[in-house]
Design a protein around this ligand. Structure first.
Ligand SMILES: [Zn+2]
Length: 288
């Protein structure tokens, strides 16, 4: 499932192309049933995408409904388990499981005497757990404010980490890290990587985390994020690809997640356990 580094990679690639005008919206047969029950996406023809922000694992395009109507709406995208956005120039052959294709043209073409060529941006999602929705400013703020502090934000201080860990003394530290209402953007692989780099066992509860370990946890999280971001994210089981259809290359730089040997001590075998129904990877030697 795409986590913060994968979603941020997509955001950076798409943000570089803005502003873009939507010339046409081409809906796949499952768009209404799975992704957009209100049917609002189809009304986006002629609107302008002028900004793209991310919080946690959510992307929010800022949209003007036309070049004249400067009322801002927000196009939400959550990739779920297997969602991705793909840029392409050929509309004749859409990838399997394409649910939505936007035909886009630059708002200010480099050469105004030439008709700008459309580029196509498709949303592909084999398992269809993703979400796309057009939101009002109010709906956008409710969703955004419901999320905790973004894992990459400078607002994620050791004080904040201490507060949330103290608040849930009987929850495992891994579960605290995964709670999107507390910290937004961490999923299963980032939680495993963060705890490994901090030397903290994933089954330990909030009350057992010592004050001295909290700065280590913060540094470990930042390091785990940076390792992934630099390599355009982590791909495994073919799920995540960037907007050019390429896999991220961070998997072999991870220290425990889906690794045979621990990348910290380089000696001990990584152990996988099931914790709250999901795989937790850790090194019994490095993580106490
Ligand atoms: Zn180790």
């Amino acid at each position: 499932m795409p986590e913060l580094p994968e979603v941020e990679t997509i955001r950076r690639e798409l943000h570089a192309l803005l502003p873009l005008k939507i010339k046409e919206v081409i809906a796949g047969k499952y768009l209404d049933t799975f992704l957009d029950p209100k049917g609002l996406i189809k009304s986006l023809a002629n609107s302008v995408l002028f900004d793209l922000e991310r919080k946690g694992k959510y992307l929010f395009w800022h949209v003007h409904l036309s070049s004249k109507n400067k009322n801002t709406k927000y196009l939400l995208s959550h990739l779920g388990m297997s969602g991705r956005w793909l840029l392409h120039s050929d509309i004749a052959h859409l990838a399997a499981h394409t649910h939505l294709t936007l035909s886009l043209i630059p708002v200010s073409p480099a050469d105004p005497t030439q008709l700008p060529l459309p580029i196509y941006l498709s949303y592909i999602d084999p398992r269809r757990f993703g979400k796309i929705a057009l939101l009002s400013a109010q709906e956008f703020l409710i969703i955004k404010n419901n999320l905790g502090i973004d894992a990459l934000s400078t607002e994620l201080t050791t004080e904040y980490l201490s507060t949330i860990i103290e608040k849930y003394p009987r929850r495992s530290i891994k579960k605290i890290l995964l709670d999107q209402h507390l910290i937004a953007g961490i999923g299963n692989y980032l939680a495993s990587e963060t705890l490994a780099r901090a030397g903290i066992h994933p089954l330990r509860n909030g009350k057992d985390i010592k004050a001295v370990e909290i700065p280590k946890l913060k540094t470990a999280l930042f390091r785990a994020l940076t390792v992934s971001l630099r390599r355009q994210g982590v791909s495994f089981d073919g799920a995540y690809k960037n907007t050019h259809g390429e896999e991220g290359s961070a998997l072999n730089k991870l220290v425990v997640f889906r690794q045979e040997y621990c990348g910290i001590c380089k000696v001990n075998k990584v152990v996988k356990i099931f914790q709250d129904g999901r795989g937790s990877y850790f090194c019994p030697h490095c993580q106490k």
